[in-house]
Design a protein around this ligand. Structure first.
Ligand code: ATP
Ligand code: MG
Length: 530
């Protein structure tokens, strides 16, 4: 029996109420198996596909076992990234809504340690963090280990990999022996078994029986293309399938930044996330993506594991991941909690061998597909136009317009000609709004800008490199605006972007158009105001 009602589990009314409010109707298979096992005191390795509720599978039993009268930390959950630590903490908070006096806290680098210490001192039973910061608190004595009963590694395979292992061993040495140790991930390689022997007692391997490592509701496609066709492929697929939200993975920070700028310049609502940004920037980008202010998240593998954002309908491997496990995790950002999703992978040259390995490893079918043609996109637009038009005709009051058209017909045109002309005009207008290449290189909008600020994209031409200092200096000099108001200047291959207060947007655009900055001509191709 894989799925059951939550009230068939031996859990408290507080949890049942919270789970109901969160809209969970039945347990997922890993929850069915893991919740009783953890409540019975078992150490477990839990493997289940992406998006199948592993967080609640360890979160619910932990919350049940916390002693509300004891203010000391009783559980530590380690996650590989800061965003994931925050998200797991949020999910636990929702589950703990009716568990009064049970507190959870995320601790991660890049956030003020003082604030975290204050929060820890107030009393927190469950600490969720990244290894570096958790270690830091342990060394400072601000995170006490004497009462830790539960130690959880989310994304265990990556946590026991990489540079984390030393930190984890250090933490484990100081946690009381009679703790429970829990490992969870969608991918559990053989090597974990050895580590499990070392760190766990009589561990039970809960593997949710599934043929495939990937989720069946994700349609997977690959495209054999040339490197320089990747951007075209991406934008065409985006235009054709028009996903609510999408994540595009690249293998390097540089590639992420470059691609993001190219997408923004073409008018897509995108932003970038990678480890090179500071924590404020990372939080801001994740927040905008979760709220749908941006629709496309261009990311390195920092966003590959665990991240749960509703309505991510498509994932792109702009670059194929180096590691086959990461294919599973990346595409698992879509098709979560029973929803459907699409995964598109770009394959250049020898990547095809890697793709074959991925198929073999995941036992999933990745279908070969072709870059959609302009005709495909036009046909899709036409279909969409038809749908919208018939809906509109059903609801709108057209009386006055019918009379006007009748006049036109009397004069010289047929009804068919008039309808065709109106349709052409309407579709063309949509297209010209649609960021065609002639608009690329410059745009003017609040894509990704701070509230009240507007972001200007400027094509500075490949050879005409200027430094951020020059740009700020020139704008400040011409407008008399303090330099501090001019923000977020980054220079990429041949683009730069500048954030200025909204009301100064047009003026600054004009200045940049008219001026030479320190002898370098700033070339602005076209101005477009959204
Ligand atoms: N029983 C349930 N019914 C419906 N939705 C659920 C249930 N349990 C969890 N969810 C929701 O499913 C989504 C995915 O859960 P979660 O992030 O825990 O997946 P995961 O297995 O940890 O995936 P990943 O391997 O990517 O980390 C979340 O939004 C969560 O709130
Ligand atoms: Mg998870």
């Amino acid at each position: 029996m894989q799925k059951i009602k939550f009230n068939e589990l031996n859990v408290s009314d507080e949890i049942l109420k919270a789970v109901e409010e969160m809209g969970f109707e039945e347990t997922t298979p890993i929850q069915t198996n893991a919740i009783p096992a953890v409540l019975n005191g078992k150490d477990i390795v839990g493997q289940a596909q992406t998006g199948t509720g592993k967080t609640a599978a360890f979160g619910i039993p932990l919350l049940e076992e916390m002693d509300a009268n004891n203010k000391d930390p009783q559980a530590i959950i380690l996650c590989p990234t800061r965003e994931l630590a925050i998200q797991v903490s949020e999910e636990l908070k929702r589950l703990a809504k009716y568990k009064k006096r049970i507190y959870t806290l995320p601790v991660y680098g890049g956030q003020s340690i003082g604030r975290q210490i204050k929060a820890l001192n107030k009393g927190v039973q469950i600490v969720i963090g990244t290894p570096g910061r958790v270690m830091d608190h342990i060394r400072r004595g601000t995170l006490k280990l004497d009462n830790i009963d539960y130690f959880v590694l989310d994304e265990a395979d990556v946590m026991l990999d990489m540079g984390f292992i030393d930190d984890i061993e250090t933490v484990l040495r100081d946690i009381p022996e009679d703790r429970q140790t829990l490992f969870f991930s969608a991918t559990i390689p053989q090597s974990i078994k050895r580590l499990s022997k070392k760190y766990q007692k009589n561990s039970e391997f809960l593997r949710v029986a599934h043929e495939k490592l990937t989720v069946p509701s994700i349609e997977q496609y690959y495209y054999e293309i040339r490197r320089h066709d990747k951007l075209k492929a991406l934008t065409r697929i985006l235009d054709l399938s028009n996903p609510e939200l999408a994540i595009v993975f690249c293998n390097t920070r540089k590639m992420v930044d470059e691609l993001n700028i190219k997408l923004q310049a073409r008018g897509y609502l995108s932003d970038a996330i990678h480890g090179g940004l500071n924590q404020n920037q990372r939080d801001r980008v994740m927040g905008k993506f979760r709220n749908g202010i941006i629709e496309i998240l261009v990311a390195t593998d920092v966003a590959a594991r665990g991240i749960d954002v509703e309505d991510v309908e498509a994932v792109f491997n702009y670059d194929l991941p180096q590691d086959t496990d990461y294919y599973v995790h990346r595409i698992g950002r879509t098709g979560r909690a029973g929803k459907s999703g699409e995964a598109h992978s770009f394959v250049v040259g020898k990547d095809i061998y890697k793709l074959r390995d991925i198929q073999k490893y995941t036992k999933s079918k990745i279908k070969r597909s072709e870059i959609p043609s302009q005709n495909d996109i036009e046909a899709a637009k036409f279909d969409q136009f038809n749908d919208e038009l018939s809906q509109y005709m059903d609801s709108a009051d057209l009386g006055k317009y019918i009379e006007l058209i009748e006049d036109l017909i009397d004069e010289q045109y047929s009804a068919l000609e008039i309808a065709a002309a109106l349709m052409k005009k309407s579709i063309e207008r949509e297209d010209s709004d649609d960021n065609q290449p002639e608009n690329a290189g410059q745009s003017f909008g609040d894509t990704g800008a701070e509230p009240g600020m507007v972001r200007l994209f400027i094509n500075i031409g490949k050879k005409d490199r200027v430094s951020p200092r020059h740009i700020v200096g020139a704008i400040a000099g011409e407008t008399g605006m303090p330099g501090g108001l001019i923000g977020a200047i980054d220079i990429y291959d041949n683009f730069t972007f500048v954030e200025v207060p909204r009301e100064k947007g047009h003026e600054v655009l004009q200045i940049m158009k008219d001026n030479y900055i320190k002898g370098t001509k700033v070339n602005i191709e076209a101005a477009r105001s959204k």
